[in-house]
Design a protein around this ligand. Structure first.
Ligand code: GDP
Ligand code: IMO
Ligand code: MG
Length: 425
């Protein structure tokens, strides 16, 4: 009997999950997404080619690996179709390897319209969502109104769709939002709705499964399963900087509900973090840099969103938040990404505490969501050399400091976007 391993982001998303899932996939039989939806943008690079995955697990580029979109995920059929077709053109046929949970919820075009209407109504307080309909879809799920993949097979699917759509249109009208203004990936609402129904038909060629049985039976039969997280711990709906968060549990706990796997069956928890921090969208970011150094991180690290193209906010590593994330997820193995981005830095900083109201503390307390925390930094000398296959001494010292602060070992250091640019420690 095997245990299920988890790989998830420990910061505000975009830590490099796609790259590492792809790099680890040869060790696994199954890769499964457990939450989130097309708000994710997971980049994989090899042999000079680059792929960005949104709704599909990052194991799809490894021949033979089964990829499951689990029950906790939400799916936009048009985006999914587009993504599968893009991969087909690049030579990856997913018909033998991609499976979709019956219980996964559908993102309707009106969920996306509601997302836009909600954001507009919030004005300056907007979350800065990816506009993929994430919040409204999870809202309907918990309100017990949502439509699921399994519903597609029912005779009354169209009726159920219309009913939900009409209730959304009423909410949108109450928000004073003009549907004629709306563009969904460049399409009018009506055009998008047509594409969406084409996506629904298209999806039917893929097996719909009770993924909880599939995964538990695979574990019983000693198969190796990796759960792939989306977003990052600081965007978790319970523990992130609420309300500037996504609408799912992105932490390890989300795997149990998002795949139907019991806590006793969890094995390793790989926690990924960048050697610095980034965030897209609104919300607190204590170590954010508004100066030249922030701009250097953005340029060196190509910090522009994989889903929306937005410039990512950049700042120093936040060890208070990282330690919190390690605790919440029970991280067994840390993986440090993008250390190469700081190869030419003279000095590097990392926050080990926050100062608030003249009091210093090293916890992400409730107030971290509502008040401005002033970071307290340690400063390190830069390693001032390229990392190629060997960890420079000064970087090693930086890593050892991180391990001591957060209480978990760094087992893996990534020094470039390619699937081969890794050092195991
Ligand atoms: P994800 O959402 O966690 O999968 O991360 P994204 O794909 O949104 O963003 C990570 C970006 O960093 C992508 O463009 C990756 O190709 C790139 N990347 C990943 N690891 C490294 C690394 O170690 N160094 C550099 N320079 N880039 C990396
Ligand atoms: P990956 O998986 C970075 C952010 C959005 C916004 C907030 C809510 O690529 O790491 P949503 O559309 O989910 O309602 O937006 O969460 N966000 C992400 N930021 N990486 C992501 O995914 C994200 N998914 C959502 O920018 O601040
Ligand atoms: Mg991303």
């Amino acid at each position: 009997m095997s245990r299920l391993d988890i790989l998830l982001g420990l910061q505000w998303g975009d830590e490099g999950k796609g790259k590492v899932v792809d790099a680890l996939t040869p060790n696994y039989d199954i890769v499964a997404r457990f939450q989130g939806g097309p708000n994710a943008g997971h980049t994989i690079e090899f042999e000079g080619k680059k792929f960005v995955l949104h709704n599909i697990p990052s194991g799809v580029l490894t021949p033979g690996c089964v990829n499951i979109i689990g029950n906790g995920v939400i799916i936009d059929p048009h985006i999914l179709k587009d993504e599968i077709e893009g991969l087909r053109m690049a030579g990856f046929d997913l018909r033998e390897t991609l499976m979709i949970a019956y219980r996964a919820h559908l993102i309707l075009p009106t969920h996306r319209a509601l997302d836009a209407a909600n954001e507009k109504a919030l004005g300056k307080m907007k979350v800065g969502t990816t506009m993929k309909g994430i919040g409204p879809t999870y809202t309907d799920k918990t309100a017990r109104k949502g439509l699921r993949i399994g519903d597609i097979m029912m005779d009354d699917f169209r009726e159920k769709y219309e009913k939900l759509k009409q209730s959304h249109l009423k909410q949108i009208a109450m928000l004073d939002f003009d549907m004629n203004e709306l563009r969904l990936d460049g399409h009018t609402f009506d055009e998008y709705e047509t594409l969406w129904f084409e996506g629904i038909e298209y999806m039917k060629q893929y097996p719909f499964i009770d993924s909880e049985y599939y995964i538990n039976e695979a574990l019983d039969n000693d198969k190796k399963v990796l759960a792939e997280g989306a977003q990052g711990t600081m965007l978790d709906v319970d523990f992130g900087s609420y309300p500037f968060v996504t609408s799912s549990n992105v932490t390890a706990a989300g795997v149990c509900s998002g795949l139907g796997v019991a806590p006793s069956r969890i094995g390793k928890v790989f926690g990924i973090f960048k050697a610095y921090c980034t965030r897209v969208g609104t919300g607190p970011f204590p170590t954010e840099l508004f100066d030249e150094t922030g701009e250097r991180l953005r340029q060196n690290g190509h910090e522009f969103g994989a889903t929306t193209g937005r410039p990512r906010r950049c700042g120093w590593l936040d060890l208070v938040a990282l330690k919190y994330a390690v605790m919440l997820n029970g991280v067994t193995d840390l993986m440090m990404m993008k250390s190469d981005v700081m190869d030419d830095f003279d000095t590097i900083k990392a926050a080990h505490a926050y100062r608030f109201n003249h009091v210093v503390n090293s916890r992400v307390r409730f107030w971290a969501c509502t008040e401005t925390m002033e970071p307290v930094y340690f400063t390190f000398p830069g390693w001032k050399q390229k990392i190629e296959g060997k960890i420079p001494k000064k970087l090693e010292e930086y890593i050892q400091f991180i391990e001591k602060e957060v209480g978990a070992p760094v087992k893996f250091v990534s020094y470039g976007p390619d699937r081969t640019q890794n050092i195991w420690r």
